[in-house]
Design a protein around this ligand. Structure first.
Ligand code: DX5
Ligand code: ZN
Length: 221
């Protein structure tokens, strides 16, 4: 089966926030495909991170696409601000608003690619009714809110199920996995059918001199 090479999307949640611009330049130079931005509001998830102003400030530091993961509720109010800040891919949790289909359509209307995120307990069926409005499926392999957690192997079955939904529909949808991705779990994700991997700890460990090796190791897993 011919598959596209695994995309690596480093989560800047694990980077040095006092040097964000430099960190983004460093991961781009180290071969990252995307930049994963974790946006948390202290309400939908227990942690607070960054907002659109910060995304706007760091956007000029890289040319690769920004993969923005919104863990905020209600989410609709903020889509435009993140798009204007330079988000290329915008992913939302179905639990973050009352009308998932409308939210996804709005993201595309704004000119971004639309993604839906599956919490560990979110059923795969959610995707089947919005397939035509989707560019990305993001499977959470941890409970969202923090970096550095352990990979939930229960989610491998979900990756397999979503892979088969995408393939059966012949849809052009990227299947991405987020949380606890290491060289070991990257291989499991890949075997289960993932196209793209988010990794925070596994990319940023060891500092800038290690980023290229860390990314290569994940991609080759
Ligand atoms: C969790 C975030 C993840 C997280 C990944 O809520 O969505 O992107 O930062 O971090 P690691 O790779 O350290 O699990
Ligand atoms: Zn994320």
């Amino acid at each position: 089966m011919s598959r596209r090479p695994t995309l690596i999307s480093p989560s800047i949640l694990a980077s040095d926030f006092s040097r964000l611009g430099e960190e983004i330049r460093a991961i781009e130079a180290a071969g990252a495909d995307w930049v994963h931005v974790d946006v948390m509001d202290g309400h939908f998830v227990p942690n607070i991170t960054i907002g659109p102003e910060v995304v706007k400030a760091i956007r000029p530091h890289a040319k690769i696409p920004f993969d923005v993961h919104l863990m905020i509720s209600p989410v609709d109010l903020h889509l435009e601000a993140f798009r204007n800040a330079g988000a290329d891919w915008i992913s939302v949790h179905p639990e973050a608003g009352p009308h998932l289909n409308r939210t996804l359509r709005r993201i595309r209307e704004l000119g971004a690619k639309a993604g839906v995120v599956f919490n560990p307990a979110t059923p795969v069926e959610t995707a089947e009714w919005v397939l035509e409005d989707l560019d990305l499926m993001l499977v959470m392999s941890v409970n969202p809110g923090f970096g550095g957690q352990s990979f939930l192997t229960s989610q491998l079955k979900k990756i397999e199920r979503l892979r088969s939904i995408i393939d059966k529909a012949g849809a052009d949808i990227v299947l991405e996995v987020d949380g606890g991705v290491t060289v070991e779990t990257a291989r499991l994700c890949r075997d289960a059918g993932a196209d793209a991997l988010v990794a925070g700890t596994a990319v940023f460990k060891g500092g800038p001199a290690a980023y290229a090796d860390n990314i290569r190791a994940l991609r080759g897993a």
